[in-house]
Write a protein that binds this ligand. Structure first.
Ligand code: CAA
Length: 392
């Protein structure tokens, strides 16, 4: 029995900042951001959009009433949690009408947690093939104004429906793991912005890829050539290009650099415009590949690499299903990205400084969101949400 990804939706915020605009404000050559980091834009979340509104928007648009009725497991992956106790997935359950007979839990391990969720969902569906699991991965990447990490911010969510006989990708059971205690990126409870040792983090990402790949090869017996293409975690798109070149060197491929980069290009196009979406980013990359690729991927195997600082990494794979194109949401995703409003530098900096009250006092958020859901404010320490419209 095949088990894997039956539907995949993504969402992001209603605003975008061109990195050329940021470069000008910082007095930096824009080519550093657009070529050196491979980023064109980053999504910016206004006060009334957060991990819950983005996850609800991503999920609601891909789920039929029958899908919703058969979901018994909701796994919310994030490193931008909104509560130290309650799982963000319970707000989403309420907003989009998921069943009350349901396990709902939140998972954290930097950008890796959605991949752990995917494997847990695979085990759940193996045991209960007529049930479905929903993975919500949603994050807002914040490094601070005028820091080296600033051009690698962004925000976004992915909703991944896992079922038997999936329409998009049948997951292979083999995987490769690597975990180690490293302090490359972390966020103590008292901070809104991540702390990061940027160059070290890129080195750990690349070495973890080699270790996870070696374990994957031991368990699967596959080679580089057994994969039609690859998708990588996308903190910025140039990172994935470096990862792909590293994997090709590691496995002694004789493929010209231009050809290698062309192999992964379709997986980069959404992240180039959204920026880093942490736990969602690999799944944003998979959506981008399936929806923007020029070759038919039906029946072809994808190599997938997930990396979460700290660190845990996993290399895994799956086979794209023959009729996958009928289950995509390409035009909705592209129009969502195109309809984002562009910010100037001052609007971005002002939104960045906004904070909800930290003492529970009542506050209403100004209306910015154009997505189906918004955070309306806080009252008695409780976050309040509303549905603005039907799905995107
Ligand atoms: N024209 C073209 N390219 C230029 C340029 C110019 N004028 N100026 C610089 N560049 C190139 C540089 O040569 C460099 O390319 P290479 O790496 O290929 O040499 C690239 O632009 C970046 O330049 P710097 O290394 O000088 O940039 P920086 O020191 O300001 O910071 C960064 C880069 C470390 C990635 C920083 O943005 C950062 O800390 N980001 C956050 C951390 C991160 O994303 N880490 C990724 C791995 S960890 C992970 O994946 C988990 C996660 O999601 C966070």
């Amino acid at each position: 029995m095949n088990i894997g990804i039956d539907a995949l939706g993504i969402a992001t915020s209603c605003y975008a900042l061109d990195l050329a605009t940021l470069a000008e404000a910082r007095g930096i050559d824009p080519l550093k951001y657009t070529q050196g980091l491979g980023q064109q834009q980053m999504s910016v979340a206004p006060p009334d959009e957060d991990i819950v509104t983005m996850a609800a928007s991503a999920a609601d648009a891909i789920l039929s009433p029958e899908d919703k009725a058969s979901i018994e497991l909701v796994l919310f992956a994030t490193e931008s949690g909104i509560d130290q106790s309650k799982a963000a997935g319970i707000w989403v359950q309420h907003l989009i009408g998921l069943p009350k007979r349901c396990r709902i839990i939140e998972l954290k391990q930097a950008c890796y947690s959605a991949t752990c969720a995917l494997q847990m969902a695979r085990y759940f569906v193996t045991a209960h093939p007529n049930k479905k699991a929903l993975i919500l991965a949603s994050d807002i990447a914040r490094y601070g104004l005028n820091t080296p990490g600033e051009p690698t911010q962004g925000c976004g969510a992915a909703a991944v429906l896992v079922s038997a006989n999936p329409r998009l990708i049948a997951l292979d059971p083999e995987y490769g793991l690597y975990a180690d205690h490293v302090m490359d990126f972390w966020r103590p409870n008292y901070r809104d912005e991540a702390l990061v040792d940027g160059h070290y983090s890129t080195r750990v990402y690349l070495s973890s890829l080699g270790h996870a790949w070696d374990h994957y090869v031991e368990s699967s017996g596959r080679t580089f050539a057994d994969h039609a293409t690859f998708c990588y975690h996308l903190p910025f798109t140039r990172m994935a290009e470096k990862a792909h070149e590293r994997l090709a060197r590691h496995t002694k491929q004789q493929i010209p650099s231009e050809e290698l980069l062309a192999q992964i290009e379709p997986s980069l196009s959404y992240a180039r415009r959204i920026g880093n979406s942490y736990s969602a980013s690999l799944y944003v990359g998979i959506a981008s590949l399936l929806e923007n690729g020029t070759i038919d991927l039906g029946g072809k195997r994808l190599g997938l690499f997930s990396y979460g600082s700290g660190c845990v990494a996993e290399f895994f794979s799956g086979v794209v299903q023959p009729t996958y194109q009928q289950a995509l949401h390409s035009s909705r995703h592209n129009s969502m990205l195109n309809l984002r409003q562009k910010l100037n530098y001052h609007e971005y900096a002002e939104l960045y400084q906004f904070q909800l009250p930290q003492d529970g006092s009542e506050a209403a958020t100004p209306q910015h969101a154009t997505s189906p859901f918004r955070l309306t404010g806080v009252k008695n320490h409780v976050r309040l949400y509303e549905r603005l419209s039907e799905s995107y």
